[in-house]
Design a protein around this ligand. Structure first.
Ligand code: TEU
Ligand code: CA
Length: 566
């Protein structure tokens, strides 16, 4: 694996990124909503953690139907987050600490409140109508039976017209932009360049694999009781997408040396060169192959079974990329329930397993991202009523469950396992009221476990999850080993041994050999080392020594990173 060739070195190859959901990070003006000043307040902490890039979820002007993923003005900051001056200050303050800021580029759709869409509604056949996707319905129905990703039809009727609809693959307040229109593309490129001019490090590109649609509007066989079809192959990774993305890159990202991470679902082996290759459209991608599932899904039923699959998925992804580009290794984001609850059955959740989890993907080839709260082991949050949720897609899923005959309790259990709000509860800074997030009632209630799980408690404790994350990042970035972790080859090991996740990282020029191994099973395993140990670099079990050993015994949920003699 990963032998192909030496890649040209780029500043962002060494990225250890930290994703911030600003609405839930830190409120500084007592309105219960996190803001940009709150991000600035904690920059020192992020620097100490070891991150050199921050991905900021959308802070642009927005009616907040989807918490900022519905942008009404790409060149303005939403007043709930602060001002353009605050944004400039954040970029500058981050820079002082060696941190670059990525903004979230949401260009598959805009908000329905965007001036373009407002103009389009007034004159669907005029200039701005061509910025969106308007079509006539058929037989008194929508143009076709595509389902929106957030439920219901992907088409909404245009007020004042008999048969006219517009396309929205997310909510109806998020009309899809028409990327076939060169005028629209120019407007977006201009906007991207203006932001890069303000000193950004780059962008995370929202839902970017959806820009191109297959415009054959045939009906598809319904795949649910609602008569709709989740016509993914008609609006994800559709033929011709690469041309659009390539143009965008040539016009904007390449000339500005931006770090770009595309949210790219289902990147196939044939897409690797185009998407993340040396001349690909993006620096890296968030691909979801290893994060799609949940251990509570009866299909798995236990931690070991899910981990077998997780390990296989990660190795398969590395094999597909084969050193041609950099994947992005991550466990959490603002759309996923917390990783501890997604990967570990309740009986397996403890300090060891929580520390084992990140080791399995932090040391694989690629850049690394963690999500706010992951570094202290934040967990999913129980709610007693659907009104306690905010997320639009959770509300839809709850209703689908109720309509399918589930009881309220069953539907809430489903939200507990799957809701995006699990990751959006306010950051737990301390044991103070509202976890130190705000003096005012937060927009989304804090997880009651903030008294036990919080930054301030963990900062003072050497064996905390937070201290461990710091160690992990320090090791990945240490001058002695960084070259191997970033550019070295990878080779799976112990593939025939049950419940072991193991791989070797091998330096290309320095001939370093580093073993990463985790035992996710219930029993101890004894493993012959693929060489003689020189030094134990990291342990989640407080081990100190291993030098000269040729075996290692890993207890249940134990993990070790070992430097072997060359
Ligand atoms: O999520 C995108 C999204 O939901 C889809 O890409 C989906 O994950 C995938 O295609 C199905 O597997 C992004 C944001 O992260 C999310 O918060 C927004 O709600 C959404 O876009 C709309 O902007
Ligand atoms: Ca605020």
């Amino acid at each position: 694996m990963n032998r192909r060739r030496v890649m040209e070195k780029k500043w962002w190859h060494k990225t250890v990124g930290y994703q911030i959901y600003p609405k839930s990070f830190q409120d500084t003006n007592g309105d219960g909503i996190g803001d940009l000043k709150g991000v600035i307040r904690h920059l020192d902490k992020i620097e100490k953690l070891g991150a050199n890039v921050i991905w900021l979820c959308p802070v642009f002007a927005s009616p907040m139907v989807d918490n900022g993923y519905d942008i009404s003005d790409y060149m303005d900051i939403d007043p709930s987050f602060g001002t353009m001056e605050d944004m400039k200050e954040l970029i500058a303050e981050a820079k002082k600490r060696g941190i670059r800021i990525l903004m979230d580029l949401v260009v598959n759709h805009s908000s329905d409140r965007h001036a373009w869409f407002q103009a389009a509604l007034k004159d669907p056949f005029g200039k701005y109508g061509k910025y969106y996707v308007f079509r006539e319905g058929k037989d008194g129905k929508e143009p076709n039976n595509w389902r929106s990703i957030f439920g219901g039809s992907a088409w909404e009727k245009v007020p004042g017209y008999d048969k006219l609809y517009y396309l929205h693959i997310f909510t109806k307040e998020q009309p899809d932009l028409n990327w076939e229109n060169p005028k629209l593309r120019e407007e977006i490129y201009e906007m991207i360049l203006k932001w890069m001019d303000l000193g950004l490090g780059g962008f995370r590109l929202d839902a970017i694999s959806h820009l191109k649609k297959n415009y054959q509007y045939t009906n598809l066989p319904p795949d649910g009781p609602d008569e709709y079809n989740m016509a993914f192959e008609y609006f994800n990774n559709v033929d011709g997408l690469a041309d659009i993305l390539c143009e965008m890159k040539e016009r904007t990202f390449a000339p500005t040396d931006a770090l770009t991470i595309g949210e790219y679902d289902h990147m196939g082996p044939e897409d690797v060169e185009d998407v993340i290759g040396e001349n690909g459209s993006f620096s890296s991608v968030f691909d979801f192959c290893h994060t799609l599932d949940n251990v509570r899904n009866p299909k798995w039923g236990n931690t070991v079974a899910l981990f077998d699959d997780y390990r296989d998925q990660l190795f398969a992804a590395q094999k597909i990329v084969d050193g041609r580009g950099m994947l992005c290794n991550f466990l959490e984001n603002h759309d996923k329930p917390r990783s501890i609850d997604r990967f570990l059955m309740p009986e397996d959740q403890n300090l060891y397993s929580e520390k084992m989890l990140p080791v399995t993907n932090f040391f694989l080839p690629g850049i690394v991202f963690l999500y706010q709260g992951q570094e202290i082991g934040m967990t999913n949050c129980h709610r007693n009523d659907i009104s306690e949720y905010d997320d639009i897609s959770t509300k839809d899923q709850y209703q689908v469950a109720i309509d399918a005959g589930c009881t309220k309790e069953e539907a809430l259990a489903c939200c507990y396992e799957n809701s995006r709000d699990n990751a959006r509860t306010p950051m737990q800074w301390s044991a103070d009221e509202n976890g130190g997030f705000s003096a005012h009632a937060p927009w989304l209630a804090v997880n009651p476990n903030y008294k036990e799980i919080n930054v301030s408690e963990q900062e003072g404790r050497a064996d905390s999850v937070l201290s461990y994350y710091k160690e992990l990042i320090k090791l990945r970035k240490s001058p002695e080993y960084e070259e191997t972790f970033v550019y070295g080859n990878v080779e799976p090991v112990y593939e025939d041994t049950d419940t072991v996740f193991g791989f070797m990282r091998m330096g290309k020029e320095n001939r370093q050999k580093i073993l990463v191994a985790a035992n996710y099973g219930k029993e101890a395993v004894s493993l012959p080392l693929p060489g003689t140990a020189k030094k134990l670099l990291l342990s989640n079990a407080g081990r100190r020594k291993l030098a000269d050993a040729d075996h290692i015994t890993l207890e249940s949920l134990e993990t070790a990173v070992v430097l072997l003699k060359a």
